[in-house]
Design a protein around this ligand. Structure first.
Ligand SMILES: Nc1ncnc2c1ncn2[C@@H]1O[C@H](COP(=O)(O)OP(=O)(O)O)[C@@H](O)[C@H]1O
Ligand SMILES: [Mg+2]
Length: 286
């Protein structure tokens, strides 16, 4: 049975969905980093891989488990499942769902049960195109694209179903470390779109080779950055990656601590009382 839509009440897991109809944007990489961060914060975490064809998220977690066995390290592991779910919603604090980069029934279903939707995008107009289109001369936003429309639709359905809202965060991934005109134009475009679509746009991870090296060992930038864990000497890249993962987690504003839980409860309460368009709440900094 699939997980039922979270009621946003205590005792019900907070559902974080990683979604973007485009492959290669960093969904699986970000998914494991969020899961490990939450495990390290003492949360009970379940992870779900809906990308049944690629299964990169599943393999990333299997690699972590194999690396822990091989090295004898105590690496935190989530309870992981590939598609089939039991009574997961009441047993865990968080459920992290990684979705495939293509439209499907399961992918839409996951989006419609998201309390938090994280959409990583590469810093290029080719990736921006799943959210919106820009004028080729001025780069002003002139339209909304298919993935954005799908999210709007699933958020509306979610709201009709149980009155809950989805906090949608678009995370710029693989950011170039040097400034460029393209980088600024993408930032401006996302800022403009965020008001139209009702998402928060934040800076995520820089383009770093360490993120690619983590996969075979199932590691994240939050694991111990020593030679025994990494299997190689730690570098400045590891330390900086950890800072940006920590910063991402802070900006996601997940209901981790008492304050976060209160904020989530207040938001749920507010939504039951005020019939306000869904698109505004995050921009106003709920
Ligand atoms: N910040 C980053 N820096 C460098 N490489 C990255 C970064 N984020 C992801 N990658 C790499 O980009 C590729 C796609 O990432 P992945 O998480 O599999 O995306 P998705 O799940 O959206 O298809 C992988 O090779 C991954 O290692
Ligand atoms: Mg993936």
């Amino acid at each position: 049975m699939l997980v039922q839509t979270s009621q946003g009440q205590s005792g019900s897991a907070h559902v974080v969905v990683l979604g973007n109809e485009k492959g290669g944007s960093g969904k699986s990489t970000t998914a494991l980093h969020i899961a490990v961060a939450l495990l390290k914060a003492g949360q009970r975490v379940a992870t779900v891989d809906l990308d049944c064809r690629q299964q990169s998220f599943t393999r990333y977690i299997n690699n972590r488990s194999a690396w822990a066995r091989r090295t004898g390290l105590d690496l935190e592991l989530p309870v992981h499942c590939c598609i089939k779910l039991g009574n997961t919603e009441r047993t865990f604090d968080f459920i992290i769902i990684d979705t495939p980069g293509s439209d499907s029934y399961l992918m839409r279903l996951a989006h419609s049960m998201a309390d938090t939707l994280v959409t990583p995008i590469n810093d290029s107009f080719l990736d921006f195109d799943v959210l919106g289109t820009v004028d080729p001369a001025t780069y002003a936003v002139i339209g909304e694209s298919h993935y954005a429309e799908m999210v709007r639709d699933t958020r509306r359905k979610r709201r009709q179903l149980d009155g809950a809202s989805t906090d949608w965060i678009v995370v710029r991934n693989r950011l170039s470390m040097i400034g460029s005109r393209n980088k600024q134009l993408v930032a401006d475009g996302l800022n403009e779109l965020s008001f139209r679509l009702g998402f928060r746009s934040i800076d995520g991870f820089a383009e770093r080779v360490v993120y690619r090296e983590f996969f075979p060992r199932g590691l994240t930038a939050l694991d111990d950055l020593d030679e025994a864990t990494l299997g190689t000497r730690p570098s400045l890249g590891h330390v900086t990656a950890r800072e940006e993962v920590t910063s991402l987690l802070r900006q996601l504003k997940l209901p981790l601590d008492e304050r976060g839980r209160r904020r989530a409860a207040n938001r749920a309460e507010w939504f039951t009382q005020v019939d306000k368009p869904l698109e505004l709440h995050d921009i106003l900094g709920a």
